[in-house]
Design a protein around this ligand. Sequence first.
Ligand SMILES: [Zn+2]
Length: 66
Amino acid sequence: MLRKNCRVCGKASYSASEHRSWLCPYCNTDLAKEKTMDVNSIELAQADEQSLAKLGLKNKSTRGKT
Ligand SMILES: [Zn+2]
């Protein structure tokens, strides 16, 4: 399963395969040029992003001052 993010409305659309034309189901923007992402890999990427935020790794510099 593949996924693309619409640059106009920011929503994700899913498809079983990459078609020549891929229209956003929400705003009908042509997503053909958007990056195709594997659903599983993007889920992992998001989870990783969230865990990093929870650990406070992104605010390391601010924390170091105290
Ligand atoms: Zn859209």
